[in-house]
Ligand binder design. Structure first.
Ligand SMILES: [Zn+2]
Length: 222
């Protein structure tokens, strides 16, 4: 049915669609995460939907005067499809930092706080002060997130999304090795694909592993 040249063109296309599928799953996960919707990760972990947490038990009863709609609108404002950095920036705008001038007489070894924080939520387009627990519940965030945001507030830093940027990856190859692999692939005869708007170069269909080894050994011997 199809000629050799047509067969060789379809090969890279198949590979591209496979890559797009995993990218597509990642995009769905990312969108669900940003919208605070329930989803199952590719590793099979259930991530629950972001909803308002339990009421605070402070003296002011910060959450008692809020209607369900107001609570939902506070949570939805955080998970409205914003990226992690945008979420952090939004939440940072609701935290005020103050210097602590007077300390209680504690032992010299104990670490004393130099900052105190005030937390807010947006109600009818204006900031309303709430306690720390209410802030966590209303914005559906953990204590860990508040600690990270407070550190950023203290050091006046902008949020930087560090997810996926660590170097502790067992399967990652050194960039030098990747360059060598790339150069090695380029040493084989290539063909240019027709019927494409962009330049697509692919390895010839007649190239087998046996032929690759033969070519490689000729190059090394030369
Ligand atoms: Zn409270």
């Amino acid at each position: 049915m199809s000629s050799d040249s047509e067969g060789s063109i379809t090969e890279p296309r198949r590979k591209r669609s496979k890559f797009n599928k995993s990218q597509h799953i990642k995009e769905i996960e990312k969108s669900a995460r940003q919208r605070g919707e329930e989803f199952v990760t590719s590793k099979g972990n259930l991530i629950e939907a972001r909803v308002t947490g339990p009421n605070c038990d402070c003296r002011k009863k910060c959450m008692i005067n809020l209607t369900i709609e107001e609570k939902n609108s506070i949570t939805n404002a955080v998970y409205s499809g914003r990226s992690k950095n945008e979420r952090d920036t939004y939440l940072l705008g609701l935290i005020d930092r103050f210097d602590v001038h007077r300390h209680r007489a504690l032992s010299s070894e104990s670490k004393q706080n130099t900052s105190s924080f005030k937390y807010h939520a947006i109600k009818n387009a204006s900031r309303v002060e709430v306690c720390r627990k209410a802030f966590m519940s209303l914005h559906s965030i953990s204590n860990k997130v508040i600690q990270r945001l407070n550190r950023l507030r203290e050091t006046n830093q902008s949020p930087v999304d560090m997810r996926g940027k660590h170097k502790n990856r067992g399967n990652t190859l050194d960039s030098e090795i990747i360059c060598k692999i790339h150069d090695h692939i380029l040493s084989f005869p290539t063909k240019e694909a027709h019927y494409t708007s962009t330049t697509v170069i692919y390895l010839e269909a007649c190239l087998t592993v046996k032929k690759c080894i033969l070519i490689s050994s000729t190059i090394t011997q030369a």
